[in-house]
Write a protein that binds this ligand. Structure first.
Ligand code: ADP
Ligand code: MG
Length: 399
């Protein structure tokens, strides 16, 4: 019988090396493993996929379902502290691990982030406390809810409360008839209907909050989505106005504090005309829009994840280079006729400031995140120019 973690003492790098665990073996887990290993930690990944990006670079992988009791027990026995890399991890599994092990973020925070209805309710609470409002919305959990939707929410976007990502689980609806059909299409699952807003831009903020409540933040990221998937992130002085940056930063800190959050948290925002901000959603983990930090900041979002998990000191990261990141989706591995190809890496790598990251996935599929490419430079214009040149070489539309 193991005992609950009584001490919140930091898990310092030591001999023999302590082990950090991660639930989920995707690319975010892989980059967490890289950051943990740089500090000498050993790592263990729980993921059912024998070919998972993180599992293949970690010291050990437990290949099992996230709900497998024996596997969770083994993970808790091997690791001194455990985090997660995707928000659809079963909260009950995190709660189980937390009985004997340090777990961050907490199951309660993940439960809120993985349910759009609870997430929006949290945003509304924070807005009341001086934060930023979400888009006008209604929760739809029954036929009665559907009938009571105010006309003002149409045209809108119906989003499943759970398990959506990269624009999946979302249907547009312009009329009440379309809304009813959309809900059918989503199997009448609990949903939120959001008013469709005219976006001038999108941005996100990543913060890291320690067990003692100390919080540090990364610069505001300006994001371009295509087909509901992040395509480009630009981070440099002036990427958004100073007012938007300050509002987004302050709202994110409030959202993290009000959750009593421990770990890395990303909050996505819509920017409307007149520098008006709307809070969109949060991710209880490092985020695709923060990948540039690995190459452009003195502490990456994954370094911050390791530090918050192990209870190491948090210091404010410094961005030392302007950065433009391009997501590399599986589409790039196919030519116009649909035949498999290898993207022209040699030509991309000739460009100054290119940092190519591939996640080691064995197979490309359209829309699948295969890697990313960050351009760093001493000024924004150069980073943009190189990124645009790479986009042209790869067949990514200009931005
Ligand atoms: P996901 O969990 O798939 O990232 P999001 O809710 O963030 O889902 O939606 C994905 C993208 O769809 C957003 O980044 C934005 O570009 C667009 N979008 C989502 N909701 C709205 C809205 N209410 N109005 C306008 N565009 C939206
Ligand atoms: Mg999103």
């Amino acid at each position: 019988m193991m005992t609950a973690p009584t001490s919140m003492a930091p898990i310092l790098p030591d001999l023999p090396p302590p082990t950090l665990g991660v639930l989920g073996g995707g690319q975010l887990g892989r980059m967490f493993v890289h950051a943990a290993q740089a500090l000498g930690y050993e790592t263990v990944v729980l993921d059912p996929d024998p070919d998972s990006p993180a599992g293949r670079v970690a010291h050990a992988q437990i290949r099992a379902d996230y709900r497998d009791g024996a596997a969770l027990h083994e993970l808790a026995a091997r690791a001194q502290a455990i985090t997660t890399e995707f928000e659809n991890v079963p909260a009950a599994s995190l709660a189980e691990l937390a009985r004997t092990c340090v777990v961050a973020p907490a199951a309660e925070a993940i439960e809120i982030a993985q349910d759009r209805i609870r997430e929006k309710a949290h945003f509304v609470r924070c807005a009341t406390a001086g934060g930023i409002d979400p888009a006008p919305y209604s929760a739809i959990e029954s036929e009665a809810d559907l009938r009571q939707v105010p006309d003002a929410l149409l045209p809108g976007i119906l989003k499943t409360a759970r398990l959506g990502y990269d624009g999946k689980g979302q249907v547009q609806a312009a009329t009440r008839a379309e809304l009813a059909a959309a809900w059918q299409r989503l199997q009448c699952a609990p949903c939120v209907l959001e008013q469709r807003l005219p976006l001038a831009a999108e941005c996100s903020v990543i913060v890291a909050r320690g067990r003692d409540g100390q919080i540090v933040s990364l610069p505001v990221q300006r994001n371009l989505h295509r087909n509901g998937i992040l395509a480009v992130t630009e981070v440099y002085e002036g990427n958004v106005s100073a007012s938007v940056a300050r509002q987004a930063h302050d709202a994110t800190v409030l959202i993290a504090n009000e959750l009593g959050y421990v770990g890395v948290l990303c909050v996505e925002f819509f920017v409307l005309a007149g520098e008006r901000l709307i809070v969109n959603e949060m991710a209880p983990r490092p985020h695709n829009s923060g990948h540039y930090t690995v190459d452009a900041c003195d502490l990456s979002q994954f370094d911050l994840q390791v530090r918050t998990l192990a209870g190491l000191p948090l210091v404010q990261p410094r961005q030392h280079s302007a950065a433009v990141m391009l997501n590399l989706l599986g589409d790039l591995w196919f030519d116009a006729s649909g035949a498999a190809r290898t993207p022209p890496w040699a030509r991309v790598l000739q460009l100054p400031g290119a940092h190519l990251h591939l996640y080691g996935k064995r197979q490309a599929r359209p829309g699948r995140k295969m890697g990313h490419l960050t351009f760093t430079a001493s000024d924004a214009q150069t980073a943009r120019q190189q990124a645009l040149a790479a986009a042209q070489t790869l067949g990514i539309a200009p931005f």
